[in-house]
Design a protein. Structure first.
Length: 338
């Protein structure tokens, strides 16, 4: 019931955004040369660029996970150790993501993004504490973006892309019984599968701010070389940005995430020993409230550069557990167009 209520609320917010846009003056032209001209740094693939324009975007994210949860109930470490040999304590994921967006025509844009991922975890058994660290490239994403509306106060963008399995699925490190062995799902930097990435984004702008919303999905198309497949994902977000002045905008969002369970199992891990390697302890839903601000440089040598910060905190999680729960996320973004 809670999950349906959250989805219904986000759909309603998206619909209200579109309804408010319909009431605007169609003579107004959406202006990207404002602090609120782009979405917050946690939103990607939500607009095209002009023909011949090149947009560089760099994002740093830090995701902290701390403690375990089963369903909506937090668990003590001993609760997990009563079922498994290993109880996860924490996981820190840091991602550096570089995106290049090229305007082929005024209505069609090609976007390519490449992440580099660092993962650092801590786990315990009844007698010891151990951790592992991995770093490698993630999956390369190639996306096409189509502007479905003529120039005006509204932007409607259809995205269709593919994720190429360039990330690592053979990361090794310390486990409960070995000093170097195959690590579980959440310590890998890639999916190992080709993924389809559809999305639909909407933004509308007036003299004081911008409203936006996006629905997106990740569909896994095949099992990877280790005989498992990550679950499909569904994401929905809606946001509002308000211009404090010509340089600064503040923003608030609601984010809903749903990801399916892993199918199959890595033959070199033990899901009975470690919940992180158990497909039944994967999948879940999460709702978060991000807040942020954007600084748009208007003068000087950095004119046209845009710097953004966003902080995300979870307000609801329902996880197939035991599974690590979200603590907080920090996003830093930089964008510049030529």
């Amino acid at each position: 019931m809670a999950r349906k209520s959250i989805i219904a609320g986000l759909v309603a917010a998206f619909a209200l955004t579109a309804a408010s846009a319909a009431a605007q003056d169609d003579d107004y032209i959406f202006d990207r040369n404002r602090p609120d001209g782009f979405g917050p740094p946690g939103v990607s693939g939500h607009f095209t660029v002009d023909a011949g324009e090149i947009l560089w975007s760099f994002t740093y994210s830090r995701d902290d996970m701390l403690g375990n949860r089963d369903g909506t109930n937090p668990l003590f470490q001993q609760d997990v150790l009563d079922l498994f040999t290993v109880a996860p304590i924490s996981l820190l994921t840091q991602t550096l993501n570089l995106e290049l967006r090229l305007g082929i025509t005024d209505a069609f844009t090609l976007a390519v993004s490449a992440p580099y991922i660092f993962r650092d975890d801590l786990n315990e058994t009844e007698t010891a504490v151990f951790g592992a660290f991995t770093e490698d490239v993630g999956d390369l994403k190639v996306n096409t973006l189509w502007n479905l509306l003529d120039p005006g106060p509204h932007i409607l963008t259809l995205g269709m892309g593919v994720s190429i399995p360039t990330g690592e699925i053979d990361e090794r490190g310390p486990t409960a019984t070995r000093s170097r062995a195959q690590l579980p799902f959440n310590m890998q930097t890639g999916s190992g599968s080709w993924d389809l990435l559809p999305s639909l984004s909407f933004m509308t702008q007036n003299e004081v701010g911008t409203f936006g919303g996006q629905v997106s999905a990740t569909f896994r198309l095949n099992d990877n070389d280790r005989n498992y497949r990550l679950g499909n994902r569904f994401d929905m977000t809606t946001w509002v940005s308000y211009n404090v002045n010509d340089w600064i905008a503040v923003s608030a969002r609601v984010v809903y995430e749903e990801w399916g369970s892993v199918t199959g199992i890595d033959p070199d891990t033990d899901g009975l020993e470690d919940p992180r390697a158990n497909p039944f302890a994967t999948g879940g839903v999460r709702t978060q409230l991000p807040f942020g601000f954007t600084l748009h440089i208007r003068e000087g040598v950095l004119r046209g550069h845009r710097f953004s910060v966003e902080y995300l905190t979870p307000i609801h999680e329902d996880l197939n557990g035991p599974q690590l729960q979200a603590d907080n996320t920090i996003l830093l973004g930089w964008q510049v167009a030529f």
